[in-house]
Design a binder for this molecule. Structure first.
Ligand code: FAD
Length: 384
């Protein structure tokens, strides 16, 4: 059956997040962005609303919802601001989800309640200074010595890794060699504050300026053997499956940004005049907005389709890559056109479209670049 309507629970969630984004995020986020400051109070409010626990079972402090609910929340947040949206996306889908999917009962009970409440944040450390697309090239090592993992190496561009409320980073590390000579890569939970775990000052970024991103380094960091997450040697495969889901979330976030561009332009072209008419009366402007709407709509359908396969438990790798590629292109194109429609004001930080423009580019890079999405689609089509 084909039915694209949202059921009442999803719709109610979407409206609640929309109200929060418009009434509480929109008025203040520009200031946080310009000051490059992490919005702790907004994150705490999102925690109280249950957003960080959306797809997790109630027994671990979650809301008992699903991944699509998270996507809807991300779309509505990113319609207003992407820094807040990526903080939620990374906190849930990269910080907490690996523990939820692969953790032992004890690990889940220990870490998830605080992550689900938004009181604490978790991060996901895969990318290294030497490369992100080729995640198997991991150089960070973890050696088992007297019942402890001793971790050495570094990670770059890690979201939510250095806030005052960051409690852990799950890192991939080489823990040995497989019989076929390839690296054995495992995932290990590294609590914040562990001796030898250094968090560099935050990066100066082009966009997502109210979100938290750091380079991390590990020098003889010791954690108990039981901090291994999932099976030894399965770290790479586990992270790839987390990234498949994450791509649907990033697609939803991208659709939100693309929609935000349409929202802002519809408002602006009804007010701004040139040559004696509202600029919205000119067909050149109308066509730009019609194209923006078309891209947003198509991208939304793409992520709904990927999410629906994911929720049914069917393979969704190809659909997730298509959704991420389509939606990040839509976000980039819409933000460029929206900035153009705003003219000089589009280049001023006082209007959100300039922020959307700066925030859109990373969507074509993070959680797999556009080239990587094409590689995945081609592979799923049997091309090697
Ligand atoms: C703000 C921000 C937040 C991030 N948050 C996180 C995080 O929380 N956790 C985390 O682990 N990572 C995070 N990342 C890292 C991000 O996922 C990587 O930057 C991304 O995957 C690309 O890796 P790279 O930067 O090493 O680029 P590279 O892998 O060096 O790629 C460089 C270029 O080469 C292209 N390329 C590479 N291989 C091929 C190929 N085989 N064929 C064709 N083209 C190719 C790429 O598409 C790209 O255009 C974040 C990055 C940013 C900027």
């Amino acid at each position: 059956m084909i039915d694209f309507r949202l059921d009442d629970e999803y719709d109610a969630l979407r409206k609640t997040v929309q109200d929060f984004a418009q009434n509480e995020v929109a008025p203040v986020i520009g200031g946080f962005y310009e000051r490059e400051e992490f919005p702790y109070a907004l994150v705490a409010k999102m925690g109280e609303m249950g957003l960080f626990g959306l797809p997790f079972a109630e027994e671990f402090g979650g809301m008992g919802g699903d991944y699509f609910a998270l996507c809807l929340a991300l779309e509505e947040l990113a319609r207003v601001d992407s820094s807040v949206a990526i903080t939620l996306e990374a906190g849930v889908s990269l910080g907490a989800m690996p523990i939820y999917r692969f953790g032992t009962e004890e690990q889940k009970r220990r870490w998830l309640p605080a992550l689900c409440s938004g009181e604490a944040l978790g991060a996901f450390g895969l990318t290294e200074p030497g490369g992100g697309s080729d995640a198997g090239a991991t150089r960070t090592t973890a050696k088992l010595v007297d019942g402890e993992w001793v971790i050495n190496g570094s990670k770059s561009f890690i979201t939510n890794s250095g806030t005052d409320i960051t409690r852990l980073v799950t890192v991939t590390a080489v823990t040995g060699q497989k019989p076929d000579g390839r690296k054995e890569i495992s995932a290990i939970i590294l609590p914040s504050g562990t001796d030898g775990f250094a968090v560099a000052p935050k990066y100066s970024k082009v966009g997502w300026n109210a979100s938290d991103t750091h380079e991390l380094s590990f020098s003889d960091c010791r954690v108990p053997e039981e901090n291994l997450l999932g099976e030894r040697g399965r770290g790479y495969a586990q992270f790839l499956s987390i990234l498949d889901e994450g791509r649907v979330a990033i697609a939803a976030l991208s659709v939100g940004l693309a929609q935000g561009c349409v929202d802002e332009c519809l408002r602006y072209v009804g007010e701004r005049e040139a040559f004696g008419h509202k600029i919205g009366a000119y067909q050149a402007i109308q066509f730009k907005i019609a194209d923006m709407e078309m891209r947003t709509h198509t991208a939304r359908l793409a992520y709904y389709a990927a999410a629906s396969k994911m929720l049914r438990g069917e393979p969704f790798k190809k659909e997730a890559a298509i959704a991420k590629l389509t939606a990040s292109n839509a976000a980039m194109d819409n933000s460029r056109e929206a900035t153009q429609i705003f003219g000089g004001y589009g280049f001023m930080n006082e209007f959100p479209v300039g922020r959307f423009y700066r925030d859109a580019k990373i969507l074509e890079i993070g959680e797999g670049t556009s080239e990587v999405q094409r590689m995945l689609i081609a592979r799923e089509l049997g091309l090697r």
